[in-house]
Write a protein that binds this ligand. Sequence first.
Ligand code: PEP
Length: 251
Amino acid sequence: MSKTLIVGNWKMNGSLAENAALLQAWVQARAGQSAADVAVCVPSPYLAQAQGLLAGQRIDWGGQDCSAHEAGAYTGEVSAAMLRDLGCRYVIVGHSERRQYHQESDDLVALKAQRALAAGVTPIVCVGETLADREAGRTEFVVKRQLSAVIHAVGHCSSEMVVAYEPVWAIGTGHTATPAQAQAVHAVLRAQLQAATAHAQRNRILYGGSMTAANAAELLAQPDIDGGLIGGASLKADDFLAIVAASPTRA
Ligand code: PEP
C-alpha cells in the first residue's frame, strides 16, 4: 500500500513573503520526512519560488490547473509541459471551483488529465457532488460519471492518476463529510478504478473538503481514504503540519 498523500491547495492566495514564511516553516518542521508524502499546489506565478524552496526537501509541488492544449495561441493558459519544466510532480484538474466558475465539463477535465500524463505530471482528478445531487440521491452517479470520463480518455494510464473526492458542499464551508460518508464514496471510486485497470492498487484516492487537524485522523483512518487535499488549512503552517502529523503510516 502506498504512503498517505497530503496535498495543500493554496487556491488564489499568497504572496512571495507569505509563501516563503509558510514553506520555510514546513521545511523546518521536516514535513518531508513525515509518515506521509507531502505536496503543495500553488498559483502558477509562485511555482518557481516553490521549486527554489522545496527542491531537495522531499516535499513536492504542483499546479492548480493546466491547459487542455499542448501549446500555441492560447493566451493566459499554462501547459502541462510548462508545469513539468518547473519541476511539478502534480497538477489539480477538475477542481469544483473550475467546474463551477469556468464551466469545465467532464470531457475538458479528461483532456487536461490526458495532457498532464503525457507531459509526465500526475493529475489529481477532483470529483464530487453538489448538495442538490446528494439530496437527490445522485452522489454515486455523479462521481462515477466524472471519473469515467477521465478513465475513458487516459485508458491504460488510469493507474497513474490521483483521484480526489471533494463533495462540493464540504469545500471551504466547514461542513466535512463524516468518515462514513467519505468512505462510502471512496469505496465506489476504488471499485471503479479496479474495474478499469489491473494496477488500481497504485491509485491514491484523497478526501478534500474542510479537512482540519481536528478531523483528519478519523478521515485518514478509513480503509479507502489514502490522503487529503487541503484548502484553507494549508494556508496556516501549524494546521497543515498537524494534518500531516495525523496521517497513518501505510508504507
Ligand atoms: C479544496 O479547495 O480542495 C479544499 C478541500 O478546500 P477546503 O479544505 O478549504 O475545504
